[in-house]
Design a protein around this ligand. Structure first.
Ligand SMILES: NC(=O)C1=CN([C@@H]2O[C@H](COP(=O)(O)OP(=O)(O)OC[C@H]3O[C@@H](n4cnc5c(N)ncnc54)[C@H](O)[C@@H]3O)[C@@H](O)[C@H]2O)C=CC1
Ligand SMILES: O=C(CO)COP(=O)(O)O
Length: 329
């Protein structure tokens, strides 16, 4: 289909709002679905998402509704930007009204806790028949919403669909590359959040920039090991959705995952901190790695800290005391 698309964005949090603004910048029509009527009202009438993107003036053409069926009606494409653990419920609701030929682009980064499913597997189960893609890469919502530039990857097992979506979703400030390595793109996005908690904790514990760099690098080794076991291509893991997003998320307090780790490292309360997807993905990622016989000491350490079995100090000591080995092994 030529001409502008009608894009439905599910989830009116920071990322859904940023992506809807980007879709408008790309010349499309975009409507947000918000779970809560007051948030939908705010976005439509005050042109600000005060809860999730405070201080950023929204395009007055951006409307939000709390009626999912109305948002999905006539959509040429759906962007799903709700948290990973809520994706199944949201897509199950969408399945009642969404036409089966409409592509769904998954924008959450995580692994489903109870099942170990990647987001594309959740979508395949809840929306059988819909073409599925994922969008992932280094992209803080507030940067993207403000019009700052970045690049991401749009992946689908159908390479032609990925290329079409990448072309359609690219905007003046968002350069979308395409890939047919869907799993590779998803794994990078999910695991970098867990590793950002580790990097944040290292920094928060005052262990120094050298330790943070070592943590990121050895964390990337774990990301590659798990990714390859899932069938991801190494070059995908080295790309925007893997290494690119790992660098971003592990090096800035703008990241909620890094900030969560910072608080842990400083011994501060994490009560009430904003969504940090790595908190939910760590345990299931560690379990999957164990089942596949993959060594993931950093992901295991983050899990131990989150479950209250390890202090940050004890986890660091245990990592440093591991048997010495060849770096390439
Ligand atoms: N914020 C960012 O910079 C980026 C976030 N992402 C990913 O996007 C996903 C969403 O993140 P954000 O928008 O940042 O989170 P957020 O916390 O800003 O917003 C989450 C939104 O989902 C809604 N929500 C929560 N539980 C829900 C449920 N049970 N059913 C329906 N909606 C529900 C909330 O009301 C809110 O509107 C996450 O997986 C995150 O990793 C990806 C790239 C960038
Ligand atoms: O995924 C992100 C940037 O690409 C956002 O990271 P946080 O969820 O840690 O803020």
């Amino acid at each position: 289909m030529n001409g502008p698309w009608t894009i439905a964005v599910l989830g009116a949090g920071a990322w859904g709002t940023a992506l809807a603004l980007t879709a408008l910048r790309a010349g499309h029509r975009a409507t947000l679905w918000a779970r809560r009527a007051d948030l939908a009202h705010d976005i439509t009438h005050t042109h600000e998402n005060r809860r999730y993107l405070p201080g950023i003036a929204l395009n007055p053409r951006l409307a939000a509704l709390d009626d999912m069926a109305a948002v999905l009606s006539g959509a040429d494409c759906v962007l799903a930007a709700v948290p990973a653990q809520n994706l199944r419920d949201v897509l199950a609701t969408a399945s009642a009204t969404l036409a089966r030929d409409v592509p769904v682009v998954l924008c959450a980064k995580g692994i489903e806790r109870g099942t170990g499913r990647l987001m594309s597997q959740v979508a395949a189960e809840t929306l059988p028949g819909n073409p599925i893609a994922a969008l992932s890469g280094p992209s803080f919502a507030s940067d993207v919403a403000s019009g700052l530039p970045t690049a991401v990857t749009v992946a689908s097992q159908d390479g032609a669909l990925a290329a079409e979506l990448a072309a359609r979703l690219s905007a003046p400030n968002l350069r979308c590359y395409s890939s047919d390595d869907l799993i590779g793109v998803e794994i990078g996005g999910a695991l970098k959040n867990v590793l950002a908690i580790a990097a944040g904790a290292t920094s928060g514990a005052g262990l120094g920039a050298s330790a943070v760099a070592a943590m990121i690098t050895r964390g990337f080794v774990e990301l590659r090991r798990v990714g390859v076991a899932f069938g991801a291509r190494p070059e995908t893991l080295m790309g925007l959705s893997g290494l690119g997003d790992l660098i971003l998320t592990c090096s800035s307090a703008q990241s909620r995952n890094f900030s969560y780790g910072l608080a842990l490292g400083r011994g501060e309360s994490v009560e009430g901190l904003p969504l940090a997807e790595g908190v939910f993905t760590a345990g299931i990622a560690a379990q999957i790695a164990r089942e596949k016989g993959i060594e993931t000491p950093i992901i295991d350490a983050v899990t131990g800290i989150l479950e209250g079995r390890l202090t940050v100090e004890a986890a660091m000591q245990a990592l440093l005391a591991r048997p010495l080995k060849n770096e390439a092994s």
